[in-house]
Design a protein around this ligand. Structure first.
Ligand code: NAP
Length: 477
């Protein structure tokens, strides 16, 4: 992968004097030098996107599908190179980086299929007497330029979740990637251009958040799709004016481990360890809280703690590594202070709790009060808080006792408990017999409460990115 990257403005590459050094969170080495966009380049990209819409809106389903399929193949062809650069810029373990690259390729593949399925419906309108001979046809039309702002933790696939549905729907798209991880997004632009996308349909503009902010208010964008923290997302929404907004924000996801499980306690514990510590806990649906039925609490804790201690923490590029660094020193220091606060407030660490630079040891806390930051805020770090429960209704209430609501996991063999959880949990998705961290890329995905609104998962994002229009026909006219 090359070391110097220009920015991609309407399919053309520009280098600027204002550059950003992308550094490895593991050892601080320079991964790449990236050009940052100026205000005037942002204005130019927006104007191009408006013009590009005339072209993208008239591409046939077949043409859009072929481009998206070629992009999927392009990602697969460059998989190892992309995984390596992702591991370097984001500190993601190389094994997890390979999984993300494969998912991104699949996201485009799904979009290639969905591009051909943007249908409508026939509606009989002759339900009342004076509407005799009337019927309607609905059809979805592309909205216009889409603005996507993306976070650091899935630097390729979360860009794919904005770009692929936007293009499938026939919209041009402008991406502002996270400043710590812009290279994957720029490489994706290269792949899209190689795949035959009309060049002015894509811009990837690394820049500071404050430089990108005017785009959020710009009325020429018809949809603003944001993935990132709740703090930034809700503030930006207030600037977005009349455009549509999709917010994919943070959470403090919970798992419930019932007395009667749908699988073995070992398997549930193993899944919880992965769900809590993969990507150093920096996943919006990472497990932060586990509620375990008191009848299985002790054996579950033994399994959870012993498996957590076995995790290999270290260089993300090493094949054996399970947990790499956090994205930067400041994030690890913040985690350390929250864990210290929890310990001072009566919590106990059964393992972990130690920071070395940007590395934070996988940490299991018990006896943590619900008002501690590690319980009620988004920790976004390799820290999990475990508590026992004796009554399922109480466990459901404790999961709901959160400002957030992305996904929840429920391990249970009891059908009544499973249905009750589906009905009562205030989240965008309930995952039965697995962790809340489960996601495949075509399922509807998104949150409620402070976790945001709108749904991704290609088909659902296409719905957000299109306008439903009705043709009402008077066949007797
Ligand atoms: P973040 O700090 O909110 O940043 C997200 C993006 O917003 C970055 O590109 C950032 O740019 C940009 N930004 C910041 N301030 C801005 C402004 N004033 N105007 C325009 N853009 C601005 O989040 P993060 O630390 O990258 O990501 C972690 C968060 O994302 C967590 O809360 C996590 O839960 C959430 N997340 C949610 C989902 C989901 O699907 N629900 C998925 C992944 C992550 P800079 O990088 O230049 O600051």
């Amino acid at each position: 992968m090359k070391k110097h990257w220009g920015l991609c403005l309407a399919g053309r590459w520009f280098t600027t004097d204002d550059t950003l050094e992308v550094r490895s969170p593991f050892d601080g080495s320079v991964v790449a030098e990236v050009s940052r966009a100026s205000q005037s380049q942002i204005e130019e990209a927006t104007a191009h996107a408006v013009r590009a819409f005339e072209r993208t809106r008239s591409l046939s389903s077949y043409e859009r599908s072929v481009i998206l399929e070629a992009a999927s193949a392009g990602i697969a062809r460059r998989a190892e190179e992309l995984a390596k650069v992702m591991s370097l810029e984001a500190g993601k373990t190389i094994r997890d980086a390979r999984v993300e690259v494969a998912r991104a390729s699949n996201t485009f593949k799904v979009a290639a299929e969905e591009a051909k399925r943007i249908g409508g419906e026939y509606l009989p309108l002759d339900w009342i007497q004076n509407s005799d001979g009337r019927f309607g046809i609905t059809r979805r039309f592309p909205l216009g330029p889409v603005l996507g702002i993306t976070p650091f933790n899935f630097p390729l696939n979360l860009v794919a979740h904005k770009v692929a549905p936007a293009l499938a729907a026939g919209n041009p798209v402008v991406i502002k990637p996270a400043s710590s991880t812009p290279v994957c997004a720029l490489a994706l632009a290269e792949i899209l251009l190689d795949a035959g996308l009309p060049p002015d349909a894509i811009s990837v503009l690394p820049c500071q958040g404050s430089v990108a902010e005017p785009m959020v208010a710009d009325e020429r964008y018809k949809l603003f799709s944001f993935t990132g923290s709740a703090e930034v997302g809700w503030r930006l929404k207030s600037l977005a004016g009349k455009k549509r907004v999709t917010l994919e924000l943070g959470g403090n996801a919970a798992a419930i481990v019932d007395r009667d499980l749908g699988l073995s306690l070992e398997s549930a514990a193993e899944k919880c360890v992965r769900g809590a510590f993969a990507n150093a806990g920096q996943i919006c649906i990472s497990i932060q809280r586990i509620f375990v039925h008191c009848d299985v609490y002790e054996p579950f804790m033994e399994l959870l703690v012993s498996r957590t201690r076995k995790l290999v923490v270290g260089d993300p590029l090493e094949e054996a590594t399970d947990v790499g660094p956090m994205i930067d020193l400041a994030s690890a220091e913040k985690t350390e202070s929250w864990v210290k606060e929890a310990l001072a407030g009566g919590a106990r660490a059964l393992t972990g709790g130690v920071r070395r630079g940007a590395m934070f040891e996988p940490t299991v806390l018990v006896d943590a009060r619900p008002d501690l930051k590690v319980s009620c805020c988004e920790v976004f770090a390799p820290v999990v808080v475990v508590s026992p429960f004796s009554d399922m209704e109480d466990a459901l209430e404790r999961v709901n006792d959160s400002a957030f609501g992305l996904q929840a996991g429920v391990f249970t063999h009891d059908l009544r408990h499973a249905i009750r959880a589906f009905e009562r949990l205030e989240v965008g998705g309930v995952v039965l017999n697995d962790v809340p961290t489960y996601r495949v890329d075509h399922m509807p995905y998104g949150g409620v409460k402070d976790s945001g609104f709108g749904r991704e998962g290609v088909k659902y994002a296409i719905e957000e990115m299109t306008e439903l229009k009705l043709l009402a026909v008077n066949s007797k006219g």
